[in-house]
Design a protein around this ligand. Sequence first.
Ligand code: FAD
Length: 385
Amino acid sequence: MRTQVGIIGAGPAGLLLSHLLHLEGVDSVVLESRSREYVERRVRAGVCEQPTVELLREVGLADRLDREGLPHHGFSLRFDREDHRIALTDLTGGSITVYGQQEIVKDLIAARFAAGGDIRFGVADVAVHDVETDRPRITFDGGELECDVVAGCDGFHGTSRGSVPAGVLKTFDHVYPFAWLGLLAKAEPSHEELIYTNHERGFALHSMRSPEVTRLYLQVDPRERIEDWSDNRIWDELHLRLATDGDFELREGPVIEKGITPMRGFVAEPMRHGRLFLAGDAAHIVPPTGAKGMNLAIADVLVLSRALSALLHKGRTDLVESYSDTCLRRVWRAEHFSNHMTTMLHRASDVDDYQHRLQLSQLRYTATSTAAATSLAENYAGLPF
Ligand SMILES: Cc1cc2nc3c(=O)[nH]c(=O)nc-3n(C[C@H](O)[C@H](O)[C@H](O)COP(=O)(O)OP(=O)(O)OC[C@H]3O[C@@H](n4cnc5c(N)ncnc54)[C@H](O)[C@@H]3O)c2cc1C
């Protein structure tokens, strides 16, 4: 079997890359280890920054997003039992749209199949070969895919990054002493906007996926086990951490899903080795506090699709050569912003009162200074692609 671009992974990065390449007249095959049902149900990110939304519109993928997505023009920072609104649109002209990652994945899969795209689900034993030549191969399930280029879009635990010879990649890894317990509940959101809360018992986030489904998060110790968190215990803790002196009542509802995810920052440099290009979580991870993971994956493949189109149509190598540096500039901005949001909002168990006062001072400054709030809003709503 032969194609121009062999793509490993049908997450947002791999699927969008396949779509963008198709628009550029470049063929691809996507190899995915999970089933279609599994990837379409996998609940993860939900905040689309403005450049992501604009790109999805531009490439014909936003019909449902525009109908069902929830545009937000601000969010709340809650601390000392008070809300402080960060007015994204007033401060920067930007906004975000709440639309689940799995909905983007569904839209992408539908668009690829409607255009005759080739996505193979449930493929096992994927391995990458000969990326230092101009005839790389991907083997899987006893089959083989010859291609001009391989795109490793297989997430943090995928196989692509590991196929780069030792010593080529420099990796930066930061494990945070926090994890997020995420809860999806069939309950009307308790507030029309997201609420990021710094509480003495730890961080909490009120978010949503639709007018009927609420997404809530609690900071927990990474060693916690989800079996030890009954639904009642989670709701009790959410009530405590989200309590305010204002008019807010947390609405409860049946729990659809819950799980604990550890938090880390990770970057592999460079994002290219020969004819293997890493994109999205395969190359970098951010803690979710800045809502940047999926958005970065989308930014990477926009750069990659242009570079591959120039290479495969015109033999131009400048854009593939600058691919890694171009992406890494945005990646490190997002790493920094996500770290800033995480350290400002979470309580480490070894934090003394001095550090806590510093945290509150930073929160208060952000909430009351137009300059500080604008900087936060600009990063959150998304810097231009
Ligand atoms: C629990 C959780 C919550 C998150 N919340 C947020 C959030 O609120 N906001 C935000 O912006 N980001 C969030 N993220 C991050 C965001 O979901 C990721 O950054 C995003 O999924 C990256 O997309 P991707 O396509 O690069 O990787 P992925 O979505 O991980 O896709 C990789 C694909 O490759 C497949 N694959 C893996 N190995 C192989 C293999 N060997 N062969 C073939 N296929 C393979 C996987 O099954 C998967 O489908 C969250 C992540 C997690 C895990």
